[in-house]
Design a protein around this ligand. Sequence first.
Ligand SMILES: [Zn+2]
Length: 208
Amino acid sequence: MPTATLISQESDITAGALNVNDAYDLKFRKRSTGDYEVIVFMKLQFFFIGSGAYIWTAFEKTQYMKNWEKEIKKAWGNRILKILSSTKKVYLDFEFKSQQGGWMMDHWEITVEKIKPGGFSTSYVVPSRGNVKLDSEDLTSVSKAAGYMQRGAVHEFGHMLGLLDEYKKSIHVGDTGSVMHSSELIRARHNSTIVKWMNNVLTVNKIR
Ligand SMILES: [Zn+2]
């Protein structure tokens, strides 16, 4: 990762359609290469709970947090948001500050339940409370619709960005491959809140 210079930041983001208050911070930085980056920054507090015979070990908890960050960054990050007229690019990336339990001024509290390997438990996000419920199977791909695989954690992260489900009532109900539907493809519409902020930063700072 090249070093980058901070140009602008915003610490109170109401994210998209869900009206999530303070869902993340945004930073706009110039990389030493001359390209730019928008960073979505989240402070996360993880809690781990067991169920029945399924109890987390300390190692498993640490691994889950590490894998969650790695897989979310891979699925959602390192994408080009815009190519400027100077031909320089604006990338989108994610940074997390995570801790287990304790006390933290967090953006989200993520409770992860350990369940039977291969089992299923419903995962969800409660935007108004800044709460997320995941389970130990949410980093494993499962078939959601014919030919479409999805990891629960990757989909739920979309809700943490303020995005709504698209598989029920939505004009995108036919886009089965979408991350907010039954797979993991990220469409331009999923960046719209961030792009709006980025465009304003570009204008204010006369970056073209
Ligand atoms: Zn959903």
